[in-house]
Design a protein around this ligand. Structure first.
Ligand SMILES: Nc1ncnc2c1ncn2[C@@H]1O[C@H](COP(=O)(O)OP(=O)(O)OP(=O)(O)O)[C@@H](O)[C@H]1O
Ligand SMILES: [Mg+2]
Length: 319
């Protein structure tokens, strides 16, 4: 067996006359996280549905844990957990009932289902809410339950389709924590996201999907190298200080926006760099009104890689 938990070769899918996947190649090494990054309609969910045997590809191959998704779907299903883009939990059941039912679906015994459900509730901080109907849960709680449900049979490979879209920042961090713990425990994770920072935080490798093709692939650093660095934006208080500010940061790959009284500088290193920059401005007698760190966004990635923004994919390619 190779050390790749997931292998995708020239995967293709059309829906009637709409080309959705136009030949995708990817490999995910065991015990690592791959983030498939792409805007609405790029084909992320379609890819996950094919890999999790819910949808047949038109062409190409995919292997999960060495098993062909088309020829050996049962073996694939036994190796994976899936958290879909939309909640798959039953709103009328309690959190505990949902997890126990999931355990039974995965052929765990009644006793094992109960034990696993209890463990998952504790791990996902849902024990207090375990006996409430899911319809009373917050969005973050539902999402956590959803992820918990996909883990009930402790699968070695996990698919998460936009695990944090629509969550508040705190719930988002919680889901990130959980993903990190799973990886630390040796899981392989294939997740999709529309957020560059999420891919950056969680993934060992990032693949950028656009119009059904992988347009870039690499580590977060490799991708950022292409897209550009974080930028520190300094807004000066007085217009008359603007030129002095520009001179003070000269040589630091600065960009300027005189109308907004803003100078922005590419950040290479860490906090010391910010301090040095502020010191320079202070020595030049420049007063600062605002300071902001601009991290590259998905839009920056797309603008850079494709020349177009990560907009709704409404100009889908026709055959
Ligand atoms: N069952 C289907 N029948 C017809 N078209 C479909 C079907 N499923 C998906 N599509 C189309 O395929 C394209 C890709 O959809 P997909 O759901 O894979 O995108 P996505 O990257 O997951 O988007 P989002 O970020 O909105 O979830 C879209 O244009 C979508 O309308
Ligand atoms: Mg989707």
């Amino acid at each position: 067996m190779t050390d790749d938990a997931i292998v995708i070769e020239d995967l293709r899918k059309n829906f009637k006359d709409v080309k959705v996947l136009e030949g995708i190649d990817l490999k995910v090494e065991r015990g690592t996280v791959l983030a498939l990054l792409g805007p609405n309609g790029a084909g992320k969910t379609t890819t996950i549905r094919i890999l999790s045997t819910l949808l047949q590809p038109d062409d190409g191959r995919a292997y999960i844990n060495g098993h062909d998704v088309v020829k050996d779907p049962d073996a694939v299903r036994a190796s994976i957990g899936l958290t879909g883009q939309y909640a798959a939990v039953d709103e009328l059941l309690t959190g505990r009932e949902n997890l126990e039912m999931m355990g039974r679906l995965y052929h765990l015994s009644k006793a094992d289902s109960r034990t696993r459900a209890e463990e998952m509730l504790a791990e996902f901080e849902l024990t207090d809410a375990a006996n409430r109907a899911v319809k009373t849960y917050s969005g973050g709680m539902k999402r956590r339950l959803d992820v918990a449900a996909s883990l009930i049979a402790a699968p070695p490979i996990l698919f998460l389709d936009e695990p944090t879209t629509g969550l508040d920042p705190r719930s988002r961090l919680k889901v990130w924590d959980i993903v990190q713990q799973l990886v630390d425990a040796g899981a392989t994770i294939f997740l999709t996201t529309q957020y560059l920072d999420e891919a950056d935080k969680l993934a060992d490798r990032i693949a950028v999907l656009d119009h059904g093709r992988i347009i870039a692939e690499g580590t977060a650093d490799e991708l950022k190298e292409k897209v550009g660095k974080d930028r520190l934006e300094v807004t000066v208080t007085k217009e008359s200080d603007f030129d002095a500010a520009l001179r003070a940061v000269e040589g630091a790959a600065a960009q300027s926006d005189p109308e907004e009284r803003r100078v922005s500088v590419a950040m290479e290193g860490g906090v010391h760099e910010v301090k040095e920059l502020l010191d320079r401005l202070e020595r030049a007698g420049v007063k600062i009104e605002g300071l902001a760190l601009h991290k590259p966004t998905l839009d920056d990635v797309f603008l850079h890689l494709t020349g177009h923004e990560a907009m709704e994919n409404d100009q889908v390619t026709k055959k």
